[in-house]
Design a protein around this ligand. Sequence first.
Ligand code: MNH
Length: 461
Amino acid sequence: MVTTLAPDVSLPHPPRRLPVLGDVLGVHVATPVQDSIRLARELGPIFERVVLGNRFVVVSGVDLVADLNDETRFTKHLAPAVAGLRSIGGDGLFTAYSDEPNWRKAHDLLRPAFTQAAMRTYHDTMVRVAGELLSHWRTRDRVDVSADMTKLTLETIGRTAFSYSFDSFTRTERHPFVGAMVRTLTHNQRRAVIKVPVLSDLWFRDRDRRNEQDKAYLARVIDDIVRTRRDHGVGAENDLLDIMLTAARDADPNALDEVNIRHQILTFLIAGHETTSGALSFALYYLSRDPELWERARAEIDEVWGDEPPTFERVAKARLVRRILDEALRLWPTAPGYAREALTDTEIGNGYRMRTGDWAMVLIPGLHRDPVWGENTDEFDPDRFLSAAVRSRPAQAYKPFGTGERACIGRQFALHEAMIVLGTVLQNVDVRPDPDYRLRVEERLTLMPTGFEVQVSPRAR
Ligand code: MNH
């Protein structure tokens, strides 16, 4: 579908537009999000970028976003990068079109497993995995934070949703699932965006082959998960996998077919760990740079958790830790964008007309730097999430988990897990950052700090 956002209205675009290639000067394949944050600052709350003939409309102003979030006029659109992931995720929850029957079925079937109350059933596993991180850190003095957070979150989603362990903390190399996943995510996204006839096929030839191998490998992991469950009997675990397999067995009205169940497993394994891992890593980055904040957060944990692992009820009582997480997700919302498509001919803001089917990207880190956030929007300040401050801002100004019916199903899951992990680290570990490290953000489908290493030692008492 072509984006034609009010052809009579010309949107701001980067200077130095080239014939054929378009707006490519000063932007890089590896950092589209960070480039767009800069462009939004220069060009304003809505701008366009034309890349190889594709037009992208990028929106970050809060009023415009509020319009796009209106569910009576707009719905989720699969941006090219997300559509490119259909070859992996099919009609699984994340990559389904809203009008595909499997989206509604899976949503209704799995929603009860993601309520705040359902978090109780995952709590003990989350606490146990956080404990395994501590044990792992006891054996070393220098750690790569993002790598270890990824081990942790993959382990948590594997065990809670599928009762399946990746043995993340006992193997010496990271689980091959992670490498295969990151490669296919990046590859399929770029493949969908960089479309030059013939040239693309040549350029991507070796990577296409690698991608097929990676996909076959991911399929084998899924097979192993399903086979292991069938061997041990369906219905005993009461996890996500059991919910799907029992519904299929009992011909539940929301039963999903075998192929779709596989898409859901892969979807949850990926969506359920990458973003939380990034959120934890960014939060630890800012915490580690601010000893005063670290001590305040630690004092809070000592007060509300004591020196025990937290009970379910105590997790959410760490209000400052929660604000730190919220603020980390403001600056670096780890799923940095979502796309919205007009259901009808309509208008956003002051007169940007959109016809049915036209779509625009919401650049979440741009929205999170809108002027309603004040002046120093790049500064890390958890007090922005004190309740008085929250009430003074429009609700649409903060959207790290997307919007509407297609918003993140795993929000409570991610927050509960991340609070446990941050609290556990504060409670038990002293962290010394490398003073020369400057935050570098790697972009795949998600945002992730890269090269962020710290020295860890047991907390001095
Ligand atoms: Mn999650 C959708 C962000 C953690 C499973 N997630 C989304 C969307 C955003 C998002 C944004 C909407 C995308 C779109 O509109 O195109 N998710 C996050 C962030 C975190 C996160 C920032 C952690 C922090 N997500 C999780 C976890 C799980 C999960 C944990 C699973 C356990 N997310 C999903 C699924 C969807 C989704 C599934 C698709 C939901 C749907 O469309 O029905």
